[in-house]
Ligand binder design. Structure first.
Ligand SMILES: N=c1c2ncn([C@@H]3O[C@H](COP(=O)(O)OP(=O)(O)OP(=O)(O)O)[C@@H](O)[C@H]3O)c2ncn1[C@@H]1O[C@H](COP(=O)(O)O)[C@@H](O)[C@H]1O
Length: 93
């Protein structure tokens, strides 16, 4: 899933996904995921969380890291879909 040339962070990915939601570029998987709705997004969060769990128990650090990145992505899609901002979450940390 790594497509950029620079290092991405949680915040920069969130900005990127928010921009996708606003501009709706053709071919964006994020736009399709947002259009699919909260039920679809919630299932992806659960699926990726399960894959993180399995990877943590049985797979390599690299595989675990990739699964965690996918979980972070789907959490962000869910946040953007619901209109949450990073600050809404960060204030609870
Ligand atoms: N970081 C991600 C990202 N992580 C996961 N995914 C999606 O999450 C799903 C899981 O990824 P995989 O294809 O590896 O997994 P899978 O097909 O479910 O199968 P498994 O391997 O999980 O069993 C796929 O639908 C991926 O497209 C992501 N889709 C997009 N991004 C980034 O989000 C940004 C916007 O992307 P677009 O909206 O597509 O332009 C770009 O920077 C992308 O790199």
């Amino acid at each position: 899933m790594k497509q950029s040339m620079s290092v991405k962070t949680f915040d920069s990915l969130f900005a990127e996904l928010s921009e996708r939601a606003a501009t709706r570029p053709e071919g964006s998987g994020t736009v399709a995921a947002l259009d699919a709705g909260v039920h679809f997004q919630g299932k992806k969060v659960l699926e990726e969380a399960g894959e993180v769990w399995i990877a943590a128990e049985y797979q390599s650090d690299e595989e675990l890291s990739e699964e965690i990145s996918q979980l972070l992505y789907w959490l962000q899609v869910l946040m953007v879909g619901r209109g949450l901002k990073l600050e809404d979450v960060y204030k609870h940390l």
